[in-house]
Write a protein that binds this ligand. Structure first.
Ligand code: CO
Length: 208
């Protein structure tokens, strides 16, 4: 029932206010998150909950299969605002194993409109086809591509002018790649942490 959601909201608000009096009033005055989270829209991967963050602590962008495309004004605007206005210190791309978007991209089915979005994942799959072929079953290929996708999105973020500009200005900003397992609720750090343009392929680097 839809009314359950509103009831839940009232009791949640009361509980927070009881535990931390003045919480909402303080939050309304300003937000000051240190993290930008870019994750999948999947209902099983709720950003704040899985990292135990309260309202105000995480700036969030979610879309199907956590893609960061340089033509996606929505995502770029979120990154721009987070980096240059809020001054977040970390951008976390968090994918998840068994991602439906990645699974769909690996299939040859026609899904209609969304195929245009999934094509970006197909491109990654094609680029790393050898790695995918090394997997013995479909589940393995899906999960491998989920990881490769996160790694690629981390790079995409670093290649953006938004992030390069921040580094040029001496802003402390690092980009990380994580992957979440719906089966046990645990996040694995893929250990792709980039905090400068040092290793960036020349073609993406902007003049300093
Ligand atoms: Co997903």
């Amino acid at each position: 029932m839809l009314s359950d959601l509103l009831d839940n909201n009232r009791s949640w608000s009361e509980r927070i206010e009881r535990e931390q009096p003045g919480f909402f009033k303080q939050l309304a005055a300003q937000q000051n998150p240190e993290y930008l989270w870019i994750g999948c829209s999947d209902s099983r991967v709720p950003a704040n909950q899985i990292v135990g963050m309260l309202p105000g602590e995480l700036f969030v962008h979610r879309n199907i299969a956590n893609l960061v495309l340089h033509t996606d004004l929505n995502c770029l605007s979120v990154i721009h605002f987070a980096v240059h206005v809020l001054g977040v210190k970390h951008i976390i791309v968090c994918g998840h194993y068994g991602c439906g978007g990645v699974r769909a991209a690996l299939s040859n089915q026609d899904f209609g409109l969304i195929d245009n979005w999934l094509r970006h994942i197909k491109d990654i799959g094609y680029h790393y086809r050898e790695d995918l072929l090394a997997e013995t079953d479909e589940e393995g290929r899906v999960n491998r591509l989920c990881e490769l996708n996160v790694r690629q999105q981390v790079k995409n973020i670093c290649h953006s002018g938004i992030v390069q500009q921040a580094w040029k200005q001496g802003q402390s900003l690092s980009v990380h790649g994580w992957i979440y397992s719906i089966e046990d609720g645990l996040i694995k750090d893929l250990e792709v942490d980039i905090d400068s343009d040092g290793d960036m392929p020349g073609i993406y680097a902007m003049q300093k």
